[in-house]
Each structure stands twice: as C-alpha cells, then as structure tokens.
Design a protein around this ligand. Sequence first.
Ligand SMILES: [Zn+2]
Length: 387
Amino acid sequence: MTLPLTEAAIGILADLVAYPTVSTDPNLAMIADLATRLEDAGARVEILGDETGTKANLFATLGPDGPDGIVLSGHTDVVPADPAEWTTDPFCLHDNAGRLYARGTCDMKGFIAATIAALPAFTAAPLRRPLHFAFTHDEETGCIGARHLVSDLERRNICPGIAIIGEPTEMRIVEGHKGCHEYTTRFTGAEGHGSEPDKGVNAAEYAARFVARLLEIKAALKARGPVGNRFDPPWSTLNVGRISGGSARNVIAGAAEVEWETRPVTAEDGDFVTREMRAFCEEVLLPEMRRVAPTAEIRTEVIGEIAGLMPMDDNAARDLVAALTGDPTAHLVAFGTEAGLFQALGMSVVVCGPGSIAQAHKPDEYLETAQLDACMRMLAGLAARLR
Ligand SMILES: [Zn+2]
C-alpha cells in the first residue's frame, strides 16, 4: 500500500519531471518552483545563480541557524532523452504497475520530490537542528553547480555536519566511490614534409611521449596504492581512451589529441597525476617543441573532475541513515556523485536515495513506487529525530 506522503511525492515528481532540465538547458523554472514550495513551508531560501544567468543552485534552511545541520542534496539536471527511444513522453510522468516512468525519476528528481513531500513532517514541530536543502545544477556535466555551492558555503562559513546525497542507491547506504577525472590533451605542432622531420614539430610523436609518461604514472599509482581500502581495484587507475592525430603517412603531424581519465582513490593521487603531467609538458615536451616552432602548444582541457568519496571509520551520516533505514551495511559504488565535494568541506557524507542506478541514463528510466515509499519512511524518521 502506498503511503499518503508517497502520493504527495508522486504528484510533486510529476511536476518536476515536466521541467526538461537537461544539463545543456536552463533549470531556473524548476528552481523557482522548488523555492516557492520551500518558502511556503517557512524555509529561508537562497537562489544562487551561475555566471551565465541560465542556471542556479538552491540552498534552503528550516529550523535554527548555526552549525551541525543536516543537508539533503540532489541535482536538478538530467541527461538528454531522445523521445524516439522512449515508450512514453520522457518529460511526462507515466505511472504503470508500481513504476514511475520519466527522465530523471530515479536520477534524481524522485529524491528531490520526496524531500519536498516531507516538508509537512519537517515543519510539524520546531526542529532542534538546522535542516538544509541543497539542489544543484550541472551535476551530469562534472558537478559544476555543487562545486559553486560548496565554495559558497565555505566562504560564508556554513559547515553543516551531515550530508545525505539522494542519488539512486535503492535506499542502501553508499559510503564511498572513487574520483573520476577526465581530460583531453591537445598537441599543436608544425606540419612539414615527412622526409624532413627536423623542420617540423610532430604532434603525434609528442602525444606518444605524453602517453608513455601516462603509462609510467599508471604503474606508479598501482605501486603506491593505499593498502587496506575496499575499492576494486584498490589503487587509483588511469586509462588512455582515445588517441588521434596527423593527416597522412608522409606529413609531419601538425595536431594530435589524447583523451584520458584517472580514477583516484585519494585526492592526493589525483593531484599527483595532474602535477606530474603538467611538469612533464612544461619542463620536457614544450621546450623541445618550441625550439623548432615557438607557436607549439600543449593544452589539457578538464572535461570533469569529480571528487571521490572516501569511506571513513567515523561517519555520523552513515550512523544516522543506518538508524533510519535499519540497514547498517555500507557499500562502495563505481559511479561518481557530488558527495566528495561535500566531504571536502568537512561534512560526514553518505549517498542514499530511491531507485536504481541501473535505470539511470537510459530510455524508459523509472522509479519504483516502493522505493519512494522507503525514502518517505526514512525522511519521516528523520523528521521525528529532529524534533
Ligand atoms: Zn545523478
């Protein structure tokens, strides 16, 4: 049987999925809608716009001001949906046999709808601790909104104690995931005839030397891997995903590029990789290239740098959610979230939300009503504890 709070959450979810907040598009209408609902419940709401004026984060607080708050966090953006691949309209909630279909239902408007549906429970009695709502933009394109939100909180000296990130984990506690840093490195050399290699700068050859250095770093990461962690594999990985460059066999390659990623188990490993590769380019490759062609260039574009979530022995967020769900088992997952950014601010963090990651980023994405029920029970339990 569906709980009354879940019925409310389904209604809100229907409204939220109708905003086509694909990461490339504005999210302001959805943010304004959420702001109204939170203000109506008596929350203090701040809308924090980005520099483009088309996207915004929302940060809201119920209860007292001060430290030791609890953050419920979700991202408002969704990945694209091609209607041709969907059985029903991806931006219209379709309820069928206990499954709620639409883009973003599990990733992760379902959790956001649940937190809004729980507002009556949170406001039924005065809260002893601050309860914050953090709704961000551009998670799917590299956690850009959360990065802004976290630095904003840091600047204003707001450091809540606990953050629950409601990404789809089937309501299980996730206490860790690796980071995911993605890069494209582009080499600009100088073209020339293949018979006169010293008169040009071969971008493909410099890209090859760059890759060779990446492979040395890859081995170093494996060797220095912290012992005793539960990640699989337990060390930071590095992958060269694509190499391209040059135009023909007898032409010195004028341009080349390498797409690569690293998945650090510690922030230090991530820094180690970027530091080593920058030094190699600036101190070894570029001076050689520029001796022949002063305009030669190596540029690394950061596609995304999602911080890892480190499992901690002491984790108040894990203890709280375990008490609420009755399931103390904490898991590690392979997908990245905004959680690491909140952890870097000094908060205890877990990822726990309704729905399965197996249904995310796919046509006919859905959220089971039973998952929403479980989430509403957790939030109702949280409300009872905060009174
Ligand atoms: Zn997500």
